[in-house]
Design a protein around this ligand. Structure first.
Ligand code: FE2
Length: 281
């Protein structure tokens, strides 16, 4: 009992310190253009903003796009995979300059910083190749990420994503604005041991008509606060490949969870510009 009270007091104290830091740092946030302010506003209202590499127009985009095809050619193609293998391949790309330059574009960092409201940390870059699978599991279950109080993932589709490729799907913040509804869904997720809910369970709380599916061409860019919105990768019968850039506050709530974005358990791809060869480490 005393332990529980102590934990509650600690939670309230850290929450108070966090709110105070947000207030203090508000004056130091970088200035944004009107267009970029609208991106932040949209993230605050709905938790998601969908755009494209072309519309963002970053100088480093052509370099990253070139590197993408090289990186993909180094990964294991689906035809070589046995049924026993995982339907998900994750590679860490954080150390590849062609990708980290894009993830460190000043405009992008300023947008993320304005949304998070504090000094930020670029946690890492992953390439996720997700293959067809008949059942919901892992990130295909409805969930919210627990890395930080506000965290941004920037997802870039590397090929056209239609219904069969399992597009990223989410429930806008405005749909779950009622605290009671959020509590009921959170409680159900808690009951699964935080693994997440299947579609059939989620639609008991939010009708499918309110779910937003991010289908889009290669180069579609999705900015999402994965802590604020219920989301998942929908069921797929064809492969989907995408890049994930992850940002949190400099001192995230759960640094232990953030380590997975640069964890050595995922293979790293090493792009050698001199020999134009890719090596899997
Ligand atoms: Fe997630």
């Amino acid at each position: 009992m005393l332990k529980e009270i102590g934990y509650k007091v600690w939670q309230l104290k850290t929450e108070f310190i966090y709110r105070l830091a947000l207030k203090r740092y508000a004056k130091s946030l970088p200035a944004l253009s009107l267009a970029d302010r609208q991106i932040v506003d949209r993230l605050q209202q709905e938790g998601v903003y969908v755009t494209s590499l072309e519309k963002l127009g970053f100088a480093s985009t052509p370099q990253m796009v070139d590197a993408c095809s090289e990186v993909l050619s180094c990964t294991e193609p689906e035809r070589d995979r046995s049924a026993a293998k995982s339907p998900l391949q994750i590679y860490t790309l954080s150390e590849l300059t062609d990708f980290s330059l894009w993830g460190n574009e000043r405009r992008l960092l300023d947008i993320v910083q304005n949304y998070i409201g504090l000094p930020i940390k670029f946690q890492g870059i992953q390439l996720r190749r997700e293959f067809s699978h008949p059942q919901q599991f892992g990130a295909m279950l409805w969930h919210k990420d627990g890395d930080d109080r506000r965290s941004i993932k920037v997802i870039i589709y590397l090929s056209d994503v239609d219904r069969e490729h399992g597009p990223f799907e989410y429930i806008p913040k405005s749909v779950t604005a009622a605290a009671w509804l959020r509590f009921r869904i959170d409680y159900q997720i808690f009951r699964t041991g935080f693994s997440g809910l299947k579609n059939e369970k989620m639609e008991q709380f939010v009708p499918r008509s309110a779910w937003k599916s991010c289908v889009g061409a290669a180069g579609t860019v999705i900015l999402v606060d994965t802590h604020s919105v219920f989301h998942h990768g929908s069921l797929r019968t064809a492969e989907r490949s995408a890049l994930f850039f992850v940002y949190t506050a400099r001192n995230p709530k759960r640094p232990d969870l953030c380590r997975r974005y640069s964890h050595h358990s995922h293979p790293r791809l090493n792009l050698s510009r001199n020999s134009q060869n890719l090596k899997q480490q």
